[in-house]
Design a protein around this ligand. Sequence first.
Ligand code: AMX
Length: 457
Amino acid sequence: DVDLHSQLKELIPEQQERLKKLKSEHGKVQLGNITVDMVLGGMRGMTGLLWETSLLDPEEGIRFRGLSIPECQKVLPGVKPGGEPLPEGLLWLLLTGKVPTKEQVDALSKELRNRATVPDHVYKTIDALPVTAHPMTQFATGVMALQVQSEFQKAYEKGIHKSKYWEPTYEDSLSLIAQLPIVASYVYCRIYKNGQVIPVHDSLDYGGNFAHMLGFDNPAMLELMRLYVTIHSDHEGGNVSAHTGHLVSDFTLSIILLQGLGRDMLMLDLVASALSDPYLSFAAALNGLAGPLHGLANQEVLLWIKSVVEECGENVSKDHLKEYVWKTLNSGKVVPGFGHGVLRKTDPRYTCQREFAMKHLPDDPLFKMVSNLYEVVPPILLELGKVKNPWPNVDAHSGVLLNYYGLTEARYYTVLFGVSRSIGICAQLIWDRALGLALERPKSVTMEWLENYCKKA
Ligand code: AMX
């Protein structure tokens, strides 16, 4: 069967049973102790979320439904055998836990193309912002404007039964994923190409089409985009963007975004605030992704590298690089692209981009600099004594690859990350609704409460 929706329909009852059994048989099993450090340390090390689509191992990195990145590159269909995986194949894998056939992926590519239309008001909403607004602000605003179309919201207003929530969530999710490259490329062309937009290609796959709409038709860039969208999609549930998307009930954020867009939209938004639809949830996720310690780090890395080039030239020596790293640290900044909240080894998302670079751009001077940083930065971060992971993350590498193919506008990079993240966040959101997962509401305490508790403990 090449239809994703019918596959899911079959799978959902099984998984509902599985969750029910887990709850009734093991609901009282303890998973660990919460310490004061964990409460003060942003809940690091605290297991507290269910996230089915992927799992992050601190040493080994991400696995999508049990498959590592090299395994995904091997088993997920590409445009040609041996090519980079197609992101729609990953979406299928995340949603069903099964590796799709090429026919299934082709059908999904086609379905996404069919859903790839964006109403005019979305462009007008983006156009209301100054062209100088950050690309992520323009992108998230476009997503909020898309929300007007939400099927989930319509169904909810009509009184849809709980057990059916996943269906309009699925509808919205697939449409949102399909629409994002259009909104994202509109933002790109508006800011950098005098508004010369390129329409959706009528036969290209998702990643290829996205590159095409950004104005890139070099086959290697299309392959890069497929790989890029695949590896940035999901990183289990606790990172800022995924967690925000999952939390899905913050409407104040949406109000801020909607200021000036009219009362009607604002009212619509408030109605759905208790069980936000995929558009609202994903817009919230994007706002988290736009932070410099999270998704914006890819922009920061390229800007940082360019500042090195400006000051020291392209062929900067390792000693010179070391000095520059120390200068950054001594001015109270982080070295972007290094470190991680969970990972304790080199990010496999970094490694696969490095392999791509060794294959396609081995002599690029900026790639050489990235390689040198791989040697220079970790010992310096270790010397600081407090950094838990001195190794590079996904963002340390993506910019130089994009830059090599002509996508040089670093401020735009997080938008690409955002398009990809929709795949992981929406896949989990569909399961959130199918499994009827509870709204999050962790308990918070004050310093006084902690002091009193510890005195008695
Ligand atoms: N440069 C300088 N200092 C760093 C550092 C880096 N790359 N990574 C960690 N540190 C510092 C922290 O700022 C913290 O200092 P403090 O105690 O003075 O506040 C200390 O080391 C301990 O931090 P940690 O426990 O190792 O990391 P964390 O879980 O608190 O933070 C992260 C993780 C990613 C925010 C951090 O490593 C960082 O700021 N890295 C640079 C930004 C970056 O690359 N972000 C992208 C991450 C991947 C992603 O989400 N896309």
